[in-house]
Design a protein around this ligand. Structure first.
Ligand SMILES: Cc1ncc(COP(=O)(O)O)c(C=O)c1O
Length: 443
């Protein structure tokens, strides 16, 4: 059945509730097809997907290997209760363990349907493992939106969950470009931020804290890279106080930073990490928690305190296995570093032309473009968590054929790891034109 273009928009407006935005007046295109780095709408217009959806489609769209694996799995076994073993679940857990930071025998995997659920399960495991209750998480963070994960989230998408689940305490994390610790010196930023965590622990009671949960690179809150030594410092603090360190690798996992996980990229090993998004290159919803083997062994003699109907869903397992095989055979984790070099060169040129580009920061193929009203004072183009946003600029980019994921004054650039230098140049040219038009309009 094919519905006419205008009718589709009307059906959407009438029946679909779209996340996070007021429902009236939306003008998003209706996407009907994806291929490589491009999305196509029902009017035939194409868009370069410069953020891999929500930092997820690391393989690009329309990957035949993954699509075929999902189809074949659907015909062979579409579902089995999670209490039953099944072949692809064992194989995917093994394949993830093989690239995890503890070495091939070093962890076990619990599967969920997404990243937020994985974070909720991770803290539940940490509470069971330590017998402690509190969890520390950064203010400048997003860990999911359901009530548990939404309480772990530090920014304003937490607010609809309030009062939220008990025991979650937020702290300030370093942000060298906009220091919450009143310094422009990264080493000082790191030292002060670690001292702040120690202070928070003093007041919360070190032996009451089960876990510290952190995105190793802040994702949707601006692609913030921590100063050298910060993650290692957290590792040391957690080890000293018997607190489990959990990395939320939902955005950073599966090659985004140029390594399998950010843990390897930064040489800091957590006790647990969570993943989702690119594990299947977003072809089927899947998330999970990787638990260091010594901790996982606890559950040999204690019941695992969690379960979901779709834990280890065969279609997701098949998609994950096919995605991991494609990442390896196409060398995409390493390629992320080359993509990053092309992106940086293009963005450096953009920054020379556009003073509104305050900072370009990134790692691997994961970049934030921070837009400012004044490069000297670093005044943001729109305030973080303020009433204004850059929706008009993002809509203009879309009209020009470029999809980006942006929040407040930061454009998040995280294309499929398959993107070509020509596509990056093309995206750069669109950004160039849109920034020029924005400046003229706001002169
Ligand atoms: C770092 C991080 N953690 C968790 C989540 C939540 O994942 P999901 O939307 O799959 O629940 C997200 C989603 O964007 C994320 O960026």
């Amino acid at each position: 059945m094919h519905t006419a273009t205008d009718d589709l928009a009307a059906l959407h407006a009438r029946y679909v509730l779209t996340p996070w935005v007021p429902q009236a007046g939306r003008t998003s295109p209706t996407i009907v097809r994806g291929e490589g780095c491009r999305l196509y709408d029902d009017r035939g217009q194409s868009y370069l997907d410069f953020s891999a959806g929500l930092v997820a489609v690391n393989l690009g769209h329309g990957h035949a290997g993954v699509a075929d694996a999902i189809g074949a799995q659907a015909r062979r076994l579409a579902y089995a209760a999670p209490s039953l073993n099944h072949d692809v679940r064992a194989e995917l857990a093994h394949a993830i363990a093989a690239i995890a930071p503890w070495g091939p025998e070093g962890c076990r995997i619990f599967f969920t349907t997404g990243g937020g659920e994985a974070n909720e399960d991770a803290i539940k495991f940490a509470r069971a493992l330590t017998g402690r209750h509190k969890v520390l998480a950064g203010y400048r963070s997003f860990h999911g939106s359901a009530p548990g994960a939404g309480t772990l989230t530090g920014e304003n998408r937490r607010w609809p969950n309030e009062p939220g689940i008990p025991g979650v305490v937020h702290f300030f994390t370093p942000f060298p470009y906009r220091s919450p610790f009143f310094t422009r010196d990264p080493a000082e930023e790191c030292a002060r931020a670690l001292a702040h965590v120690e202070d928070v622990l003093t007041y919360e009671g070190r032996d009451r804290v089960a876990a510290l949960l952190i995105e190793p690179i802040v994702g949707s809150n601006g692609v913030v890279l921590y100063p050298e030594g910060y993650l290692a410092g957290l590792r040391e603090i957690c080890s000293r106080h018997g607190i489990l360190l959990i990395f939320d690798e939902v955005m950073t996992g599966f090659g985004r930073t140029g390594a399998a996980f950010a843990a390897q990229r930064f040489g800091v090993t957590p006790d647990l990490f969570t993943f989702a998004k690119a594990v299947t290159s977003a072809y089927v919803p899947l998330g999970g928690v990787a638990v260091r083997e010594e901790l996982a062994a606890h559950f040999d003699s204690h019941p695992l305190p969690s379960g979901h109907t779709f834990s280890g869903h065969p279609l997701a397992m098949a998609a994950g296995l096919a995605a991991l095989r494609a990442y390896a055979s196409e060398g995409l984790f390493e390629r992320a570093n080359r993509v990053g070099e092309w992106l940086r060169a293009r963005f450096d040129a953009l920054a020379r032309a556009h003073p509104m580009l305050g900072e370009v920061r990134g790692s691997g193929a994961f970049f934030g473009l921070e837009l400012v009203a004044d490069r000297e004072t670093r005044a943001p183009l729109v305030a973080w968590q303020g009433a204004a946003n850059l929706n008009a600029l993002v809509a203009d980019l879309l009209r020009r054929g470029l999809y980006v994921y942006a929040r407040y004054n930061v454009i998040i650039v995280a294309p499929p790891l398959t993107i070509s230098p020509e596509e990056i140049d093309h995206a750069g040219a669109i950004l160039d034109d849109a920034f020029t038009a924005y400046r003229k309009e706001h002169a």
